[in-house]
Write a protein that binds this ligand. Sequence first.
Ligand code: FAD
Length: 295
Amino acid sequence: MMKVPDIFKTKKQTFSFELFPPKTETGYDNLLSTIKDFSAFKPDFISCTYGAGGGSREKTFDIVELIQKDFSIPTLAHLTCVLHTKDEIKKIIEDIKSRGVQNIMALRGDPPQDNPNWTPGKNNFKYSSELCAFIRQHFGDYFGISVAGFPEGHVLCKNKDKDAEYLKLKINAGADFVITQFFFDNKDYFDYVARLKKINVNARVIPGILPITSYEGLVKFTSLNGSSIPKNIQDIFEPIKDNKEKTISEGIKFAIKQCKNLLENGAPGLHFYTLNKLNPTKEILQAVVANLKSL
Ligand SMILES: Cc1cc2nc3c(=O)[nH]c(=O)nc-3n(C[C@H](O)[C@H](O)[C@H](O)COP(=O)(O)OP(=O)(O)OC[C@H]3O[C@@H](n4cnc5c(N)ncnc54)[C@H](O)[C@@H]3O)c2cc1C
């Protein structure tokens, strides 16, 4: 199965989907049919998130393995450092490797809700850059490594220049490319890329796209991850927040415009936060896919 950075050698722009491991059996069955539907779009890759803690973490690797085996789509296993010792992380990566998975999204993660005061000790990794270095040290070039980027600065580091320097540490430690947190003002994305270029970070920065389907949900989500809701988004979605259908259709309209603008201005693809649902990502993709150029 291909490493994602190898895909970049022949493709200027890629499109990809993020999924998460469902909590229930029904959710899992639904996900299987969603994966089948998504596979018809022939995405360049799919990624699957890693749980904050508890028993669901193993499911990430089952899903990733299944997507690769049954649908032949390169899949990226998210992996976070929180709650794991370095020894555990080594075993987990060996497991990922034994499943034929060659792509890892190396993340720090956040302490889970039921253990919010967890802090890393000497047997843990503190930052995702340490995880990147560890993967390269123990597994050489076997894995393609992606890392998280924050166009508006990470919620704990609102100094954007500093945050860009921390991103550079991840690239210098061996990461190949970046997938961003979602954002709604493309200027934030292009300014971020320019900020990184200025400090000689030239890795691909793939914008993360969140189609808006619920304004209330968005407000809650952004209060946790620090993304902002620009005034134009408030003006569109606040007045229709109780109208689900209208919110979804305006969300599609906004995302199509956002994606087209990103691609036309040189973004190296799109990574959709699908929330495990075919729609509205499908509708957005159908409207913008003609803009995806192969070399
Ligand atoms: C694309 C994407 C996918 C994600 N997938 C998951 C997932 O699957 N599971 C999950 O639990 N979470 C996921 N997250 C959330 C992520 O775990 C959190 O945003 C987390 O708070 C930061 O992770 P990181 O890997 O960016 O951390 P890091 O890069 O380690 O950064 C963490 C913080 O430390 C600062 N920092 C970094 N290096 C240094 C240093 N040397 N000195 C001082 N400060 C430093 C950074 O500015 C930042 O504030 C994802 C986020 C994104 C954008």
